[in-house]
Design a protein around this ligand. Structure first.
Ligand SMILES: Cc1cc2nc3c(=O)[nH]c(=O)nc-3n(C[C@H](O)[C@H](O)[C@H](O)COP(=O)(O)O)c2cc1C
Ligand SMILES: CCCCCCC(=O)C(=O)O
Length: 371
């Protein structure tokens, strides 16, 4: 799995990676049009890595299309006025039911890397999930901003390293671990293969560097065998609540619950892994049904509009996680770009709430959809 493999970067000499460096708020009409603008700033192979999906990218497109098959009822005579978009997730109070999904290599998009994203998230009052393959180390990302933060782990084939990483996350003040289980192997990503994409040295994942700067553990690859014992391992070594991410079937949700998951992240990895699988939004109601509110549900894959957030919450999610648009906002405006992206989706959500007769996030959860 050379392609986009982050491990390649750790051992290559530095090269020029001329990516986003602007620091400015963005004037946005919506989040969808960010992609075209970001393509002009991020080097082409890096942009393809971010924007692309697996194989024919059917699931990538379906993640958007599925939102169009459910509708929100207009309710304008309820006497309600939007009071608040704030909510609580795993004990952390956030300003909106939108958090940032873990994504590797923010240095591909902007020179500030995860520090910019963390600062933008904090400025907007929400939380950022730092990836195992972040450009910055988990400690550097934690120091970039105050506020709640989650750390995402990919288990490597080096359990000693995995345990250390989890302990480092706890020591650095992360509030939860997101354990991603949908990359037992990298997806077939045609764009990356065509481009021969590897993480540039500017985005080499620093979590894998030892004290003397030599790469560690990443050459052993990620674990392919994942099961209830893996969830238990992450729980024991972190001592933190564990959100299992990459659940796209009710049976996997039940398995994760039985293994002690504190949360479930319904996701198909933004269509980057198994092409031809249903949209994440299509499988959300069945998973919510299986979970029956026993743990919070986080939803991602295809969220771009306030209506998407509304529909996901009305279908059983507690919060949604935003992916690619955050990297585009980062590329175009650094931390202020990330803040603009989050403010835009919050603004849209408020408008939808008012038009749908929902004064609070709890009201959205009680709303039914049409279709
Ligand atoms: C460039 C990129 C890198 C990603 N890296 C990770 C990662 O390191 N860990 C992880 O759990 N998910 C990763 N994801 C998946 C996201 O967490 C999320 O599931 C996905 O982006 C949601 O789809 P959307 O961006 O279309 O909304 C990545 C996604 C992108 C676009
Ligand atoms: C071998 C695949 C590594 C992917 C690491 C980052 C990621 O999750 C992604 O979607 O890209």
């Amino acid at each position: 799995a050379a392609g986009r493999n982050p491990q390649a970067a750790a051992s290559r000499p530095a090269e020029t990676w001329q990516t986003g460096s602007a620091e400015r708020p963005l004037q946005l009409a919506n989040l969808l049009e960010l992609e075209e603008a970001a393509a002009k700033v991020i080097p082409a192979a890096g942009f393809d890595y971010i924007a692309g999906g697996a194989e024919d990218e059917w699931t990538l497109r379906e993640n958007r299309a599925a939102f169009g098959r459910k509708q929100v009822a207009q309710r304008v005579l309820t006497g309600k006025v939007v009071t608040d978009t704030a909510t609580t997730i795993l004990g952390s109070r956030i300003a909106m039911p939108v958090i940032i999904a873990p994504m590797g290599g923010h240095g591909i998009a902007h020179v500030s890397a995860e520090a910019g994203t963390a600062r933008g998230a904090a400025a907007a009052g929400t939380l950022h999930t730092v990836s195992t393959v972040a450009t910055l180390s988990l400690e550097e990302a934690a120091q970039a901003a105050d506020g709640p933060r989650w750390f995402q782990i990919y288990l490597t084939n080096d359990d000693g390293f995995n345990a250390e990483l989890l302990q480092r996350a706890r020591a650095a003040g992360y509030n939860a671990i997101v354990f991603t289980v949908d990359v037992p192997v990298g997806g077939n990503r045609d764009r990356d293969r065509r481009n021969g994409f590897v993480y540039p040295a500017a985005a080499a994942p620093r979590n894998f560097l030892d004290a003397s700067g030599r790469p560690r553990a990443i050459d052993r690859g990620f674990k392919s065998r994942l099961d209830a014992d893996s969830i238990d391992f992450v729980k024991r070594h972190s001592g933190l609540p564990v959100v299992v991410k990459g659940v796209a079937a009710p049976d996997d949700a039940r398995l994760a619950l039985d293994a002690g998951a504190a949360g479930i992240q319904v996701s198909n990895h933004g269509g980057r892994q198994l092409d031809g699988t249903p949209a994440a939004f299509s499988v959300l109601p069945a998973i919510a049904d299986a979970v029956q509110g026993r743990v919070p549900l986080i939803f991602d894959s295809g969220v771009r509009r306030g209506t998407d957030v509304f529909k996901a919450l009305a279908s059983g999610a507690d919060v949604v996680a935003l992916g690619r648009p955050v990297l585009y906002g980062l590329a175009l405006g650094g931390w202020q770009g990330v803040q603009s992206v989050l403010q835009q989706i919050e603004r849209e959500l408020r408008t939808v709430m008012q038009l749908a007769g929902a004064a609070t996030v709890d009201d959205i959860r009680r709303t039914g959809l049409i279709g």
